[in-house]
Write a protein that binds this ligand. Structure first.
Ligand code: ADP
Length: 189
């Protein structure tokens, strides 16, 4: 099974010393892939550039290497496709198709708010996967701000309730790695 990732990012390339807010042991434990077998979720939270997507992709690659089916998607694309399916009356089928993947990576929730239809589609997707198959999610917004992303606090709470029941949350703090790289090169920021 081959999974498609936008870029190749490996766990070995991740500098845990730079990112001291992450407990390396937690990531190593996730890399055992027990979370996949237990249908648990992973949520990576933090500001831009701190390595959320890197870790999501790297864990996805670990799963793919172990023969587990993985699907990576950016939130905007996913919602657009679910909304089209919903309008065609085939949302349920689309969500079922995604159940073929034991790991679904949804990258960058929170940069753009959802409309009502988008929020509904995402709720359906998360409900369907609950306790059946894993979701890895990245977001620049803290859980307290998810009501704003969904523009509906009730649906945000319902999504979080299911997502977080069996979940490891990685809260990443600190400076953007991109900024660090630029500073190293002596480029003024
Ligand atoms: P985010 O998803 O949090 O916005 P990314 O994961 O896209 O950030 O990281 C931005 C860039 O910095 C990527 O090229 C990523 O590989 C790199 N990066 C971030 N944190 C680290 C780290 N601790 N060690 C190595 N590379 C990192």
């Amino acid at each position: 099974k081959s999974a498609v990732f936008p870029v190749k990012k490996m766990l070995e390339e991740f500098d845990f010393e730079f990112q001291s807010s992450i407990d390396k042991k937690v990531i190593e434990d996730l890399a055992t892939l027990r979370f996949v077998h237990n249908a648990e979720n992973i949520v990576l939270l933090g500001p831009p550039g701190v390595g959320k997507s890197h870790l999501a992709i790297a864990l996805g690659i670990e799963a793919a290497k172990a023969g587990i089916s993985v699907y990576f998607t950016n939130t905007g694309n996913l919602i657009d496709r679910l909304k089209i399916a919903d309008r065609e009356g085939i949302l349920e089928k689309k969500i079922r198709d995604l159940m073929k993947f034991k790991v679904l990576i949804i990258d960058e929730i929170g940069y753009l708010p959802f409309d009502e239809e988008g929020a509904h589609c995402l709720f359906q997707l998360i409900s369907r996967r609950y306790e059946k198959s894993s979701v890895i999610l990245t977001s620049n917004k803290s859980y307290g701000e998810w009501g704003e992303i969904f523009k509906d606090h009730v649906i945000a709470a319902a999504v979080l309730d299911r997502l977080l029941h069996h979940c490891t949350t990685i809260n990443i703090k600190g400076e953007s790695y991109r900024l660090k790289e630029r500073k190293k090169q002596g480029i003024k920021t």
